[in-house]
Ligand binder design. Sequence first.
Ligand SMILES: Nc1nc2c(c(=O)[nH]1)N[C@@H](CN(C=O)c1ccc(C(=O)N[C@@H](CCC(=O)O)C(=O)O)cc1)CN2
Ligand code: MG
Length: 287
Amino acid sequence: MSATLLDGKGLAARLREELRGEVETFTSQTGVTPHLVVVLVGEDPASQVYVRNKEKACVAAGVKSTLYRLSSETSQNELLDLIAKLNTDQDVHGILVQLPLPKQIEEQAVLDSVSPLKDVDAFHPENVGLLVQGRPRFLPCTPAGCMQLIAEVCPNTSGMHAVVLGRSEIVGKPMGLLLIQRGADATVTTCHSRTRNLQEITRQADILIAAIGKANFVTAEMVKPGAIVIDVGINRVDGKLVGDVDFTPVSQIASAITPVPGGVGPMTIANLLKNALTAARLQTFSK
Ligand SMILES: Nc1nc2c(c(=O)[nH]1)N[C@@H](CN(C=O)c1ccc(C(=O)N[C@@H](CCC(=O)O)C(=O)O)cc1)CN2
Ligand SMILES: [Mg+2]
């Protein structure tokens, strides 16, 4: 392997440690402990792991966390009622609804119902709008983690060509927005399942972000020599976690690459803590 390995696990641990200090200062100055509520609906095994990891990270950083576990039969109205209560609960600063939701629940209706001031995922249309306008209230957790990993090897992305594979609301779209924002100043191309001549485009990428949810999709032929490759994919193949990037051959060509596991995933959780603190600040200082 010739590429630098971008160690998300290590970087996330450092960020969480920094956050712990910031939370401590905030709490000693205000008497307020940031409080994140996570809502988990159903039994999705991967979601159970992520939610447990979020709780552990909160506890270690001094953020209070409460988990609401709802049955997979929960109706949309029951979930909306719970969120309405949490929205007005002054003791709750951040609300996160773990995705995916069971099929009887319309995801967008639920995400729209979270108070934008408590929306630590930055999924609410108001927060997406603020990000589009370049004045974000919360940074979306996974794309922010990708930016921090890129900064480890490339502090100046101005004028670089970033290609984002995937157009999801959680990663692909906000990723493109962070890369074009002032300060990052990359030139962004977003590709998706209907993109023609995909390889021709991905081979132009100085920075390639893979977020399409297809195991080992990005092959060495798709990567420009020296590119920075960020793998957002988390796919389970024969009980093993693999990313969207065919890691071993691509790591011979890229200048830097994230592993799966231990790359982008842990960064998502570190940024969630940061948003929980931001939410607590917003609600404490606007009173
Ligand atoms: N409300 C949200 N739902 C979901 C989000 C999100 O950001 N907000 N993202 C994903 C899941 N996710 C966080 O919720 C998440 C996924 C993976 C990891 C992570 O640390 N992965 C580890 C591997 C862990 C494992 O063994 O499975 C890694 O990559 O090293 C953290 C968070 C969808 N839902
Ligand atoms: Mg979905």
